[in-house]
Structures are given as C-alpha cells and as structure tokens.
Design a protein around this ligand. Structure first.
Ligand code: SF4
Length: 233
C-alpha cells in the first residue's frame, strides 16, 4: 500500500496573532502547497521542507503540552487532503491517545470545499479567508467561498471569515463579503493588510472600510495581525 507522505514547512508553538482566538497558545503545522497565488503571499513553498508520514507527524507532536489547539496552516492544508485525513484520525479517533486531544483549528483560503467535506468531522474551528481580488489578485472566488461556508455550516462547525483588505477594496467586494456572512450571521474579521510590520493603508482608509462594513452588517471586528507588533512568529 502506498503511504501518504507530505512536505511540512515548519512546526512550532506560538501565540495566535489573528482573529478571535488572538493570544491563545497554538501548535502551528505549516503545510507547503497552495492552490492559489495571492500577490501578497509571503510563504516560501520551496526551502527547508521536511517529509512526514501521518504517523511520523503524529509521533512528533503528540507530547506537546499546554496548547489551546493545533493550527493547520499553510499554504493551504486542504491541498494535502489524504495526508490530513489520516493524520487527524490519529489525533481524534485513536483511543490510546486520550491524553492528547487538542482542538483542531483550520486556517484555509476557503476554496476546496470537497476536500473540507472529507475531514470536517475532525475539525473544530474554521478560520476562512475571503480572498478579495483587489488585494489578492485571484479573480472572483465568491462561488467557491459560498460552497465552502455551506459545507462548514451544514456540519455545525464554528467558522468565521477573515478579510485582508487595503485601499483598493471595492463596494461590490464589501457587499459580496457581507452576503457570504449574513445568512448564518458569521463573524467577519477585518484585517488591514500589512507591509512587513507596517499597516499598508492609512488610519483614515481603515476606518472608512470598517464603517462601510458595520453600517450594513454589525457582526464585524477590526483586528490587525498582533504577532507582527509583538515580534512573534
Ligand atoms: S492562499 Fe495563503 S498560502 Fe496560498 S497563495 Fe494565498 S496567501 Fe499564499
């Protein structure tokens, strides 16, 4: 039988620096593939990769203590769906591992909904990016995002939407983002785009965008990337 293997970019514990779980200690597992090409992407998908089977990765992390959750991040973790399915089963379903049962927090670009369906039962929290064409340059991903949200919601999973924006965000993008969230009253996290450790837009622009959202939809929080201010990973 062929073994599932994949390349992992890095494994580390740190403080979650984005969204409503800011400040929680997480074990981050960074996957090394992605199906999109965002123009602001800062992930190096080529160097310093280590190959693991699901069991090898499980054995490596199973003794980690004092974490709130495991963050599956990337890249796009769902590009490694066969590997993930096996890895998550080891964490969630093996009765001999009862002492190690962290929540599973998926950071995703919200496009691979068929893959999500295959592992959703073993995911606890979904942090889904809404990729705006104005800042990420991926074209219109609305239909994929909609299917993705429906997959999480119909499986009764916690999901929130994270929107990285800059001054180029359009009214149409604001309307469509709200449309994605409002059917299920999902929380929208507005995250101003950064250039390194600096905000890429002025305070006036950030405030204008925030107000444009909240006057149409109140379930919105404006939260920058805190780990960059704190010099954390
Ligand atoms: S979805 Fe994330 S990892 Fe993939 S290209 Fe965009 S920013 Fe990079």
């Amino acid at each position: 039988m062929m073994q599932n293997k994949t390349y992992i970019k890095e494994i580390f514990t740190s403080v979650q620096g984005e969204g409503p779980y800011i400040g929680y200690n997480q074990l981050f597992i960074r996957f090394s593939k992605c199906n999109l090409k965002c123009k602001y992407c800062d992930t190096d998908f080529i160097s310093n990769l280590t190959q693991y089977t699901p069991l090898e990765l499980f054995n490596k992390i199973k003794s980690v203590k004092n974490i709130h959750s495991i963050s599956l991040t990337g890249g796009e973790p769902l590009c490694d769906i066969d590997f993930l399915r096996e890895f998550l089963s080891l964490i969630k379903e093996n009765p001999s591992n009862n002492s190690f049962s962290p929540k599973i927090y998926l950071e995703t670009n919200g496009t691979l909904y068929n893959e999500l369906e295959k592992i959703i039962s073993n995911i606890d929290i979904v942090s889904m990016d809404v990729k705006l064409n104005s800042s990420s340059n991926n074209g219109d991903l609305y239909r994929l995002h909609k299917e993705f949200i429906e997959t999480a919601v119909k499986n009764y999973k916690e999901i929130f939407l994270k929107i990285v924006f800059d001054e180029n965000i359009s009214n149409e993008e604001i309307e469509k983002s709200i449309e994605l969230a409002q059917k299920d009253n999902l929380l929208i996290i507005l995250q101003p785009k950064m250039n390194g450790k600096e905000l890429s837009s002025s305070n006036d622009i950030i405030t204008r965008v925030y107000n444009d959202f909240i006057k149409k939809y109140p379930n919105v929080r404006l939260i920058p990337q805190v780990h960059k201010f704190l010099n954390l990973r």
